[in-house]
Ligand binder design. Sequence first.
Ligand code: SF4
Ligand code: SF4
Length: 371
Amino acid sequence: MAVSIVKTDRTADVRRAVELLGGMKKFVTGGEKVIIKPNICAAKDTFTGAVTDPEMVAEVCRMVAECGANPVVAESPIYPFKGSRVYQRAGYADFKSKYGFEFMDIDSADSREISIPRGRAIKASVVCDAVLNCDKLINMPVLKTHLQTVVTIGLKNLKGVVVGKQKHIIHLQGLHQGIVDLNTVVKSDLTIVDGIIGMEGTGGPTNGRPVKMDVIVAGDNVVEVDAVATRVMGGDPMKVEHIRLASEQGLGSLSGFEMVGDSLESVSARRDLPKTPGLNKILITDIGVRVMNLLRDPIMLLTGGERVVRKARLGELIIDEALCDGCRLCIPACPVDALAYGEQLDCDYKLCIQCFCCAEVCPRGALKKKF
Ligand code: SF4
Ligand code: SF4
C-alpha cells in the first residue's frame, strides 16, 4: 500500500493519516476484535515524548468502533514497572470511563508461550492471549530515540506484547534480531506513529529530551513506517540494526514504496540520535583504559584485587552517583543480576551484557551509556 505523512500538532489529525491510506474500513471490518498497542513504557506524561498520547489512541478507538469493530487498548510497561502507576501518570488509568473503550494491562491478563518458527535469536516467547487471539492489531508507537537501538518505533513497540519479565529473554538472546523474530509472529495490520511530541538524545526511551516534531506517520507495513519515521528524525534506517534486519529478512522495504500526504522534507529535521561506536573506536578505547588502569592502580590490577576503578568504556554503563538516590528500581530490571546496592550502586561489568534495561527504568536518569 503506502505510508502516509501528516504534518500537524493535533492528535485528531490521526484520522487524516488513516484516510490517506483509504480509511479505517480498509483495515478492520464489523465484529472484529482489534487490539490497539500504544507505547506506555514508563510513568511519564505525554509531554515527555516517552508515551503515546491517550487522546490519539482514543481517536483511533473511535474510528475502529465506527467500523462496527471492538477496540481494546493493551500494554505491558518496561519490567519491573507496575502498570497501575505507569498508566496513572501516562493518562490511561481512567481510559474506560473517560473514552468508553476497554483498556487491558497485559501483565495481569492471560498469556501463553508461543513458538517462533522463523526466529533466529528467540525461538519462543510468552505473549498476551488477547493479542494472539485478536483479528487485527493496530500498533501505535511514539517517535523517539533509544540508547541501544538508536530509535524505537513500530517494530520495537511490539516488545510490549510480551509479558513482564519475559521481555528479558529478548535482551539475553539478542535484542535486534529478537525484535525482528517477534515481528514474524505478531504482525501489525496498521502502524500509526505519534510523532507530535517525540524524543531525542541518548536518554531515550524514557529519559531523553522531548521535542515537538509535529508529525503523524501511518502505514500497513511496519518496516516501511519505521523507515520513513527514522528519516523524519534525520536517521538512516539502514544504520538501525533491527530495521535493517527486518528488511533483509523480508518483512518490508526501506524504500521504493508510495508515500502520500505531506512531503518527508516538510517534516524532517536532524535530531540528536544515539550513535553506535565503530569497532576501531572500541579497540582504541579499550587499550587506553587498560593503560590508564595500570598507571592508576598497578598493584591491585596485577594481584587481581577485587575492585579496579576504571572509567566506563564505549558502550558500557555509566553510574552517575550524584544523580542516584538509591531507589533500587534498576536492580530487578537487570536480566543478569549485575547490579547490587551496598554503600552505593555497583555494576559487575563481567556480568553486564550492556542491555541498558536498568537505564530505561531509572527515574532520575542516573544510568547512561558511554558514547
Ligand atoms: S541508578 Fe536510578 S534506578 Fe538505580 S538506584 Fe539509582 S536512582 Fe534508583
Ligand atoms: S547492569 Fe548491565 S546487564 Fe544489567 S540492566 Fe544494566 S546494562 Fe543491562
